[in-house]
Design a protein around this ligand. Sequence first.
Ligand code: AMP
Length: 440
Amino acid sequence: MSFESLGLRAELVNAVSEKGYSDPTPIQRQAIPPILEGRDLMGGAQTGTGKTAGFTLPLLQRLMLPGKPEKGRRALRALVLAPTRELAAQVSASVDTYGKHLPLKSTVIYGGVSINPQIQKLRKGVDILVATPGRLLDHVSQRTVDLSTVNMLVLDEADRMLDMGFIRDIRKVLALLPRQKQTLLFSATFSNDIKRLAKDLLKSPALIEVARRNTAAERVTQVVHPVDKSRKRALLSFLIGSNNWKQVLVFTRTKHGANRLSKQLLTDGITAAAIHGNKSQGARTRALADFKAGKVRVLVATDIAARGLDINQLPHVVNFELPNVAEDYVHRIGRTGRAGNEGEAMSLVCVDELKLLKDIERLMKRDIPKEVIGGFEPDPSIKAEPINRGRGKQQPVAGKSARKNAASARKRQRPDARERSNNKSRSGKKPKNRTGLSAR
Ligand code: AMP
């Protein structure tokens, strides 16, 4: 099946073939026709399936109807909401790529960078706006964006937007949009909150689902390496070195943990950079560019920072720590095995995390094979200690409410402080290397 046979116009077909795509992916085959018909859509799609082109191509085509854009200042007609700066930037780049032969204008707005250049671009008029919810509301409050003419709305990675505490912001934005519009909602997982949002928002939507609900990317080989917490860093260095991995994305649970691990890898002679919500946008862009270019071998990321990263043919993902929420595991391993490539996801799991592992296996309805690496056998005398069971929110990357949300999440959890007090209350003295990463 070709892109042409899906009913896409020549300018779009040319743009995708210049990008090197010959056939539409399954989600593109399913999503493009109903969107072209003007239907609402609820898309269950894992990351890496080609969903961005799946909604961007028909969206661009719909904006070309019934004729060319009117003369004078363009009215904003399509709004795409995305949870993170990185995803917003990637969606915006896709809009530019696929729309390059069409006379449509788009721009992207997100927090963490100066608002003024964004205001300038909006003032000139755009047809399509890609935005993170927090920064969009900043523009709304400054009256630098008018949402009253929007007739297409896309919520991309809606589950993650809810996880990041954006629901109130989203509802505020929705209240500013015309009732009559076409709405597309994409989500990798379907919690009750997502179903509720979809029910409120979508009118007789086309339902499409590419991967089975809540299952991990099928092409990704998964394995658990049981290991003591204090030996995880050594095992990671060993795996990277002995397998000569050139590009590894490593997940930690906290920003602090990401910083600490990337520094420690450097002392092991492995080039590494950390990416998380406390880093400036410049530092994050640089770290990602260096990683993509092969200048650093390891990118250590928190869940939210990694969301939306599109790194072609990323071969290895390592969960240095399991996520607190099982769904995040699915997102994490979705960073590899993208668009037809093979991928490998490893989890270094200590005794404290066995309950988290069970949750993940239950969600995926399968056991993940366990493989103990020689020399890193777990010490059976070590007893499980409680780990932070909070929601695991990192500082969200855009918007005021997100920042507020992060502050309250921090207040609730403070994993390092809690871990210290747990250890202290147990032994009454300094912990015996249970925090792990300092062991060499
Ligand atoms: P997405 O799920 O939208 O993040 O896309 C995942 C990756 O697949 C991106 O690198 C896209 O450039 C790529 N991609 C999208 N559509 C196609 C296609 N039809 N053929 C090959 N690669 C594609």
